[in-house]
Ligand binder design. Structure first.
Ligand code: C5P
Length: 403
């Protein structure tokens, strides 16, 4: 019951992603939260207030000028009698209203009147998300302290278009809410952390690239877990389809050299956790134009060259963080390879996992790791990647405390 006793005011605005809000209500309530729903008139075109009210087990507020609701609760009380305001889905229109302080319906009025933390899960067509007007609104809202979870990349529900604009998955939204309402100890307050996550894409030509199966789940979870302990976290992420963690500064990159530049620009830091599955090699000279297939001609050969080793660069840097943690994805000799890596990369800890195909760790949700340090090895049982992240974050906090 991570959200036991917490009161969430859930604003549902009018997008097709509103169907996911029904699942979101269940997930929030499963964790002990009380959910009080507000629906815009647009939202009621997509899901019924009957379904929302039944799942939330509360009255659904829809009308600014409802005499009964105003007498019973009132829009100002609605805005304040909660621990957090969550907007899911947050449409381009509602975000635009918020950015400009408009209050012409119940949802926008509540948002202008609230003094509680606000989390928004945007959902819209990729072109609307990319539009300069939306970019501007998001920038304003970020400066006003609004937190965002998502949107994610992927196919849109209403069209075959793909791109950034899908609402974050209900469980990612729940994780964001948990992070923000977490009142646990903050041993990493005042500490700066850099985390890398996901794969890198190394171009072959404008349409092809070399990649790997990394999902970014483990790295993103570690960034979130460090932030939950109070650290100021910069996450440098390769191309992934999962949402940026809440409460973390996320820089998006594609290639290994971009990832290195982003990591170095985030120094100095106290903690570096390099989780990304950086491609070891890139194509020596990526083609400017798509490489064409010509019948009868020989098959092209790709000449590769070595990528910068980001962990090693950080581990030997003049601004080396106090604690440098690397990952080792191995398919054999997991332990001895990890020990060698500790030395070569200048790391304090190596988190080693066996990614031989039978285990399905890469891209999966569970992980079995060994923590290898200069003073010994700890074997952890198989657990969820979020749990690995939480335990690793507290191990990092313990190490820094001992200094
Ligand atoms: O050498 P190997 O790729 O097995 O090392 C894995 C560790 O090194 C991981 O922590 C990974 O994030 C990091 N790494 C890196 N830059 C590279 C290759 C690996 O930061 N080019």
């Amino acid at each position: 019951m991570t959200l036991g006793g917490k009161r969430i005011l859930l604003i549902i605005s009018g997008g097709i992603a509103a169907y996911k809000s029904l699942d979101l209500i269940r997930r929030l309530r499963d964790r002990g939260a009380a959910v009080r729903p507000v629906m815009t008139s647009g939202a009621q075109e997509f899901v019924t207030s009957l379904a929302v009210g039944a799942l939330a087990a509360d009255h659904v507020f829809t009308d600014l000028f409802s005499r009964q609701d105003e007498q019973d609760v009132g829009h100002i009380r609605l805005a304040r009698d909660c621990d957090l305001v969550l907007i899911a889905p947050a449409t381009a229109d509602l975000l635009a209203k918020m950015a400009n302080g408009l209050a012409d319906d119940l949802a926008s009025t509540v948002l202008l009147a609230t003094d509680r933390p606000v989390v928004a899960a945007p959902a819209m067509n990729p072109r609307m998300w990319a539009h300069p007007a939306t970019r501007r609104n998001i920038e304003f809202l970020r400066r006003d302290g609004i937190r965002f979870v998502g949107p994610m990349a992927g196919e849109m529900a209403e069209s075959r278009e793909a791109g950034l604009g899908r609402m974050a998955e209900p469980l990612d939204i729940v994780a964001a809410v948990e992070t923000l309402l977490d009142e646990g100890p903050k041993p990493l307050l005042g500490r700066k952390a850099i985390v890398t996550s996901g794969p890198t894409h190394e171009p072959i030509d404008p349409v092809r690239y070399i990649a790997n199966r990394s999902s970014g789940r483990q790295g993103h979870a570690i960034a979130a877990a460090l932030a939950a302990l109070g650290a100021d976290v910069t996450l440098v992420s390769g191309p992934v389809t999962i949402a940026d963690p809440v409460g973390v500064r996320t820089l998006h990159v594609e290639r290994a050299d971009e990832m290195r530049d982003a990591v170095l620009s985030a120094l100095p830091a106290d903690i570096a956790v390099m989780v990304a599955a950086v491609a070891d090699w890139r194509v020596a000279s990526a083609a400017d134009q798509k490489i064409k297939k010509h019948p009868g001609e020989s098959i092209p050969t790709l000449a590769l060259t070595e990528n910068p080793d980001i962990l090693r660069t950080v581990g030997h840097h003049t601004l080396r963080p106090k604690l440098v943690v690397g990952f080792a994805a191995e398919t054999e000799h997991v332990e001895s390879n990890a020990r060698a890596k500790l030395e070569r990369k200048g790391a304090d800890l190596i988190v080693a996992n066996d990614v031989s195909s039978a285990t399905g760790i890469m891209g999966g949700t569970r992980n079995t790791v060994k923590i290898i340090g200069h003073d010994g090895i700890e074997q952890w049982p198989e657990m969820d990647k979020n749990e690995v992240a939480t335990r690793l974050a507290s191990l990092i906090a313990d190490r820094l405390r001992q200094e």
